[in-house]
Design a protein around this ligand. Sequence first.
Ligand code: PGA
Length: 253
Amino acid sequence: MAKKILIANWKNYPGSLAEAQTLVKELAKSNSLYKKLLFSIAAPLVYLPLITEKARKFSVVGVQNLSLLEKGTRTGSLTPEILKSFGVKLVILGHSERRAMGESSPEVSEKVKIALKAGFTPVVCFGELVRDTEGEYFEFLREELKHSLAGLAKADLKKIILAYEPIWAIGKSAKESIKIEDLEETLIFTKKILTLIFGRNSADEVKILYGGSVEPANAPELSQVKGVSGFLVGHSSLKAKNLEAIAKSLINK
Ligand code: PGA
């Protein structure tokens, strides 16, 4: 059975290098647990040397964005080659917090192509702002997926990971996170959209993560949902004990 996936999205935390060092030390104590998963830490870029040196043995080196690079010199941007030289292998793309800063779905699809060309695994985020009672969010998800994955070949689908992250559930608590039946419904809908765009066989190969207030309290239940290949975890990934509990919920029994 394929390993379950756990991605720690550190966002713009921990607040200092010293705190990041402490967190890595704590995580390293459970390295044998993390090795049972496809585990990745997507840290702020300045912490890359720390992750590369101290966490690479038990985690895949990840980042949280890519620059949209055209030819030429671009002050303040990083090339995939620079990231590769730090061992980067995975990149979160289209996170709602970046979309809120103006990133569009067409830009996300360009970045997905840049990532694939560089040999990175793109983790493409999608999710609705509100879950209305009329079901309009379905239309939103369909459009967001279609445009964020535009131009990909069928064969690319097995090289990417999708992360369903309803925006209303991000940064809250387990109690306010998604209900099991709502997650099931969205995953079925997502597979249907992917089938319409890429065909059944390719759609069946896509791995889909859930993200949005995954905590030790709801991880066991969420991990049982059919079609969930793992989690993208924000605030709970900053506490070693919490992340360890979440990792345990994903270990194949
Ligand atoms: P959260 O964040 O776990 O704090 O809700 C998830 C994310 O934004 O990726």
